[in-house]
Each structure stands twice: as C-alpha cells, then as structure tokens.
Ligand binder design. Sequence first.
Ligand code: HEM
Length: 104
Amino acid sequence: MEADWSGIVLTRRGRRGIGELFSIIENGIRLTGMPAWGTGTPEGEHASWVLVHFIRRLPSLSDDELVRMEALNPKTSEQWREEEEATVSRRRKGDADGGAAAQA
Ligand code: HEM
C-alpha cells in the first residue's frame, strides 16, 4: 500500500480517495464480507475518519513507530503462556515475587 499527499491511497484493489475509504468503512462492500462499521452517529463517523487517517499513515510509518505499534498489539494466548512460564521459572530461581518488584 502506498500513500501520496493528494489523499489517494493505493490499495491492493486500486486507487482509493479518502472519501472512498470513509464510505467503505462506514458502509462496507456489499457481497464481499467487508462489513459496515458505521453506527449512524456523529461519534461513529468521527471514528471512521480516524481510521481513514490511520490507514493513510500506514505506508509512511518509521521503523521506530512500527516497533511502538507492535508493543501495543494484543497478546496471543501463546505469548501469555510464555510470560507465565518465565515468571514461574524466575520464582523457582529464588526470586520470590517473580520479578514484579523490579518491574514496578
Ligand atoms: C476496523 C476494521 C476494518 C477496516 C478499517 C477495514 C477497511 C477496509 C477497506 C478500506 C477495504 C478496501 C480495501 C481496498 O480498496 O483494497 C476493505 C476491504 C475488505 N474488507 Fe475490511 N476493514 C476492516 C475490517 C474487516 C473485517 C473484520 C472483515 C471480515 C471479517 C473485513 C473484510 C474485508 C474484505 C473481504 C474486503 C475486500 C472486499 C473486496 O473484495 O473488495 N474487513 N476493508
């Protein structure tokens, strides 16, 4: 995906204006599985515009921004399990609070 400053976003399916992205997010794309996210409220429209601007920014994210975004990703059950195992193994090594004091 590429963005330029004219407000056009190049997606896998072609060039989209920002109004078009807004409309797709609000109304979905019929018969494709892309649902409508609009709620019919001004708050919902605001949220859709925020998403449009977020999508436009994606191609120009810096490496640093990508790392910061990755840190905000929800954890998978696998990641929760690994974290839990790491805490248990720290406790076994004699760190009574599992490292919580050091993190606080
Ligand atoms: C906040 C969440 C989402 C946003 C902002 C979003 C946005 C978009 C946009 C902008 C497109 C058009 C892409 C293009 O022009 O190439 C698209 C296409 C699509 N989306 Fe979403 N989408 C979201 C969530 C979902 C979800 C949850 C599903 C399905 C479970 C979905 C299914 C699809 C599909 C199947 C298409 C392709 C439609 C086609 O054949 O052209 N989307 N989405």
